[in-house]
Design a binder for this molecule. Sequence first.
Ligand code: ZN
Length: 259
Amino acid sequence: MKALALAVLFVLPGAAHAAAVAQGTQPWPNAVVPYQLDARLLKRAGATRSDCIGWAGWREGAARMACRAMAEWQAATGVRFVADAKRLDRLAIVPGDRTEAMPGHWPIGNSVHIEAGATYGSVLHEFGHTLGLMHEHQRPDRDRYLSFAPFLRDDLRHCIGLTAVCRDVRLSFPIVATQMSSAYDPCSIMHYLSNQTPRHREDPRWGRIFTLTGEGEKAHAACLGQFSRMTPRCAEVGQKCAISRDDAAIVRRFQRVAS
Ligand SMILES: [Zn+2]
């Protein structure tokens, strides 16, 4: 998976990227996400209407993956996705150079960008941001569970240049204050893989950016059972296969889904 596919777009100063939710992230009104699928994506999918109805019969691609991801999050959390092109705060699902999403609800300009060649797992991850989730490995308690490679710890402290590496480190790896969280969840779809080679292929150290601590191993062993029927790849920390139980539980709490 392309590393950029995991980047979150932060468009406003102080916007917190968001199973944990960052401070400053807002829930969607009434636990409903109004969405609009870009006409280009619909055309490529062979869709004949502007909403997701019938998506399972569409051609593979961004629109089909977006509709599948929305259906999966809706089933897991009860947050509803409703096609509505008129709302100012509608979620625009559009093609992009990267796969990225804004965290939570904003009064205007909500979007998910999907790049050509994006994987379904990365799209499912981005809709987790849409629903308010932040990256699990950026929680304030992450160092109890992860031991970051020395080079990355150094970069986090000292990287101040405008290089691509510094920008990436400052965007995707600092600790972010939370307003709500489950126990640390190595099974979260919002957790990065340790192998981040595609981010910076010129530097092999990105091939293993963290190892689990003893507590991390325990937390991982405790959550793995939920993926026992999936392929072994889904048992890795940083799985991009499925919404974890804690991901769903935190979204339900944060979005105040009536039970
Ligand atoms: Zn992300």
